[in-house]
Design a protein around this ligand. Structure first.
Ligand SMILES: *Cc1c(COP(=O)(O)O)cnc(C)c1O
Length: 398
């Protein structure tokens, strides 16, 4: 496979000509059940009629006017995001990394305009992933992503996952806030305990720090709540969204309370494309569906059903699957064999998954799947397991 694209991705030699819901048809006609969903992006699956219609209508109106003019679609989308969450104000971006960048800048500026410019550091957690810009690779702290790109951006102090004492010990007079994903996605579906998030909230309140949540992957209904932090009853000061927000159209958002965003005045930040009419229209169409009555309860119910199927596989194939992790429709299978081998076997059975750190295979299907899609996924996963299982387990399964 030669290509003029940067060879930065380990691409499967597979491309698609048609998609509908959770299903993709490859160029050669093979059908795949897409539980990768463009890495948790396709919240409403492929070619959702409401998104298609919205984008077509938006294509007949001005595509782009810049943020030097009012963009009613973006104003409306921001209002709806605020109504659905803790936030009072929104800054739109084109990607998750930019949403996190805006969150970092908002945090630093909050302290700077209050006369505390020395407070610019954020405490982060091992296993984090916040994007691939220079600041967000520094925040993520993954040595593999930092290697060769010069001195890391200053201002991030990483502590072990879920270690409250380490967080407390890491706070200095330069600390501005804490930055974390309520559920680490790329890091391997590692979930911060609700009680831990609640303790961090209390700690931030006591020490004058901002709680900044990266909900780029776990937000927008993925876990059965609009924001994953709702499971813990915790409201952040700032949150980053992206992936599922545009349902496949590039769209991110930094949400903040009015207080947290008080430094973000005219000229403090900008984006040429952020929240343009096309993106904002599609984001609005995503919310039409995700915020509709009963949608998130349905995600939770289907998630419980999928979890049951995955737990059965874990019981049947203990030599392959160490643990099932997840919430809502965001799952990880912690594997005992190399996760890549399992993903290849699943693909051979017609199921697309995504790899994650900690030897995890991620299952992040469109939120609009139904029971029959879950049954199809379970039988494909089971067939993939049978390909790879130890002989004794194969006999047991027969
Ligand atoms: C994907 C992701 C990002 C980066 O988003 P991009 O759109 O790739 O820039 C940041 N944070 C989390 C938690 C993510 O999952």
């Amino acid at each position: 496979m030669t290509s003029a694209l940067y060879p930065t991705y380990p691409r499967a030699d597979l491309s698609f000509k048609h998609g509908e819901g959770a299903w993709l048809t490859a160029e050669n006609g093979d059908r795949y059940l897409d539980f990768s969903a463009g890495v948790a992006v396709l919240s409403l699956g492929h070619n959702h009629p409401h998104l298609v219609e919205t984008l077509k209508r938006a294509a007949d109106a001005p595509w782009h006017v810049s943020n030097l003019f009012r963009i009613p679609q973006a104003e409306r989308l921001a209002e709806r995001l605020c109504a659905a969450t803790f936030a009072d104000l929104v800054f739109f971006t084109n990607s998750g990394a930019e949403a996190v960048e805006c969150a970092i800048k908002t945090t630093r500026k909050f302290h700077a305009v209050a006369g505390r410019p020395e407070r610019y550091r954020l405490i982060t957690f091992e296993g984090a992933f916040h994007g691939r810009t220079l600041a967000t690779i520094a925040a993520g702290g993954n040595a593999k992503y930092l290697e060769g790109f010069g001195p890391p951006v200053e201002g991030f102090d990483q502590v072990p996952f879920g270690d409250y004492d380490a967080v407390e010990a890491a706070i200095t007079p330069e600390t501005a806030g804490l930055l974390l994903e309520p559920i680490q996605g790329e890091g391997g579906l590692r979930i911060f305990a609700p009680s831990f998030l609640a303790r961090l909230r209390a700690l931030c309140d006591a020490r004058g720090l901002l709680l900044v949540l990266d909900e780029v992957q776990c937000g927008v209904g993925r876990t059965g709540k609009f924001l994953a932090c709702e499971h813990a009853g915790v409201a952040p000061d700032i949150a980053a969204l992206a992936k599922g927000l545009g349902g496949g159209f590039p769209l991110g958002a930094c949400l903040a309370t009015r207080e947290a965003a008080k430094g973000m005045t005219i000229g403090a930040h900008g984006s040429t494309f952020g929240g343009n009419p096309l993106a904002a229209a599609v984001g609005g169409a995503v919310l039409d569906i995700v915020l509709a009555d009963g949608f998130m309860a349905r995600v939770a119910r289907l998630g419980a059903l999928l979890r049951q199927r995955l737990a059965e596989l874990e019981d049947r194939y203990p030599s392959l699957i160490e643990e099932v992790r997840g919430e809502g429709l965001m799952f990880g299978l912690k594997m005992k064999i190399p996760n890549g081998d399992f993903a290849v076997a699943a693909r051979a059975e017609g199921l697309l998954t995504v790899l994650a750190g900690d030897n995890v295979v991620r299952l992040v299907p469109p939120l609009v799947i139904d029971e029959s899609d879950i049954a199809a996924a379970a039988s494909r996963l089971s067939a993939a397991c049978a390909r790879l299982a130890a002989p004794a387990e194969k006999l047991g399964a027969a």
